[in-house]
Design a protein around this ligand. Structure first.
Ligand code: ZN
Length: 190
């Protein structure tokens, strides 16, 4: 079912989401939540969606990038369902990249992200997952995991002056950002 995505200002976005008990992963409630997240993310052309964004306070998020019209420069990420995910930074390096969010409509802003992270958690079958994400894709995972701790990308901005509407971003910064993405993908492989 396509769910309503809550917007910045809604207290649900600020909740620290609760862990899903491992024994509950197979439950209809959790499986329906995952299906709703995938359907809602795809309907909105999101690169990811966290349960807090549909006002469900559980540590579940989904990520998928497949020639995304909202983010045409993002490298593809196959559909990934993460339950109780954790992130570990694997480098001191940071990249400063524009992000957007379905819960922060019409805005983009620059955020520092670690370009090499290990993500651990469970998939929807309850199998444990552990993988490394790099570059732009690493930022996408950090963005979604932040939502589970009640954070949105604007909280991570060091310099609010990069905040831009989508039209102003397209007119003034998108070309430069595309070049930056190309160089990040070259450096980190994704
Ligand atoms: Zn978001």
């Amino acid at each position: 079912m396509i769910r309503q995505i809550v917007q910045i200002g809604n207290p649900a976005l600020r909740e620290i989401a609760s862990r899903v008990e491992e024994g509950e992963i197979a439950s209809k409630k959790v499986q329906d939540l995952i299906d709703d997240l995938i359907e809602t993310m795809r309907h909105a052309n999101g690169a990811g969606l966290a349960a807090t964004q549909i006002a469900e306070p559980y540590r579940v998020c989904v990520i998928e990038v497949n020639k995304n019209p909202r983010y045409p420069y993002k490298p593809d990420i196959p559909l990934t369902v993460l339950i109780n995910p954790k992130v570990a930074f694997l480098t001191e390096e940071r990249i400063n990249v524009y992000e957007g969010c379905l819960s922060v409509p019409n805005l983009r802003g620059k955020v520092d992200r670690c370009p090499e992270v290990r993500i651990e958690g469970f998939d929807r079958d309850g199998q444990s997952l552990s993988f490394v994400a790099k570059g732009i894709s690493a930022g996408t995972f950090q963005h979604e995991l932040d939502h589970l701790d009640g954070l949105v990308f604007t909280d991570r901005m060091n310099d609010a002056s990069s905040l831009s509407t989508i039209d102003e971003f397209a007119a003034n910064y998108e070309e430069e950002f595309k070049q930056q993405v190309i160089s990040i993908v070259k450096n980190y492989g994704s």
